[in-house]
Design a protein around this ligand. Sequence first.
Ligand code: ATP
Ligand code: ZN
Length: 222
Amino acid sequence: MSVPENRLRIAVQKNGRLAERSLDLMREAGLRVMKGANDLLYRIENHPIDVLRVRDDDITTFVADGVCDLGVIGLNVLEEHAARRNGPRPEVVMRLGFGRCALKIAAPAEATWQGPEALAGRRIATSYPGVLQSWLRERNIEAEVVELHGAVEVAPRLKVAHAICDLVSTGATLEANGLKAVETVLESEAVLVRAPGGPPEAHQHLADVLTDRLRGVVAAQG
Ligand code: ATP
Ligand code: ZN
């Protein structure tokens, strides 16, 4: 893949919950998005901008390393990346008002919740070990964090863990698995991020223009 150095680069999720809204946002900001020869890279016809379409977990790495100037990512993914990796982190430019969800602790619905201290000495399954560990540390709670990458909500039933820490939007998945949300660890939504310290000089103006337009679009959506 060759990516011309003179074009501003924006990373967005390729497939998934944020993918379509991220591209819609670009279009609403006046960018004419053209599908490229490969589906990794889309071109903006009316501005020197390329859109890199990748796994959401990789967006933080691309933006942190300055490979991309801007990115659209869930705050949850950004915080997990920051919790796990030392060094410069992408900067949040603005909240985008979609992809709202919350990272919550959930426990078996039938048990009475005694507060976060009840997690001491317990096992908690999650795909967000970094964010969860910092939340536990802030509360001086020592619990065992079990990292899982799928079907986190079945962990209590399988006796893999006592509780889980997972993304929740409606709560239907928790309920279907006999769980209830008991603590909120992080409120999340999609955010626009930029490379640490901002884009290089050559991209600064275009990045500012685009950011202003996006701000207008997001404000209009209320
Ligand atoms: P990828 O293939 O890019 O790694 P993914 O499976 O990790 O995708 P998605 O399930 O597409 O991620 O979710 C992307 C983001 O959407 C989440 O990180 C979160 O910020 C947001 N989101 C909004 N509602 C929910 C929800 N109910 N469950 C999970 N994520 C949600
Ligand atoms: Zn992902």
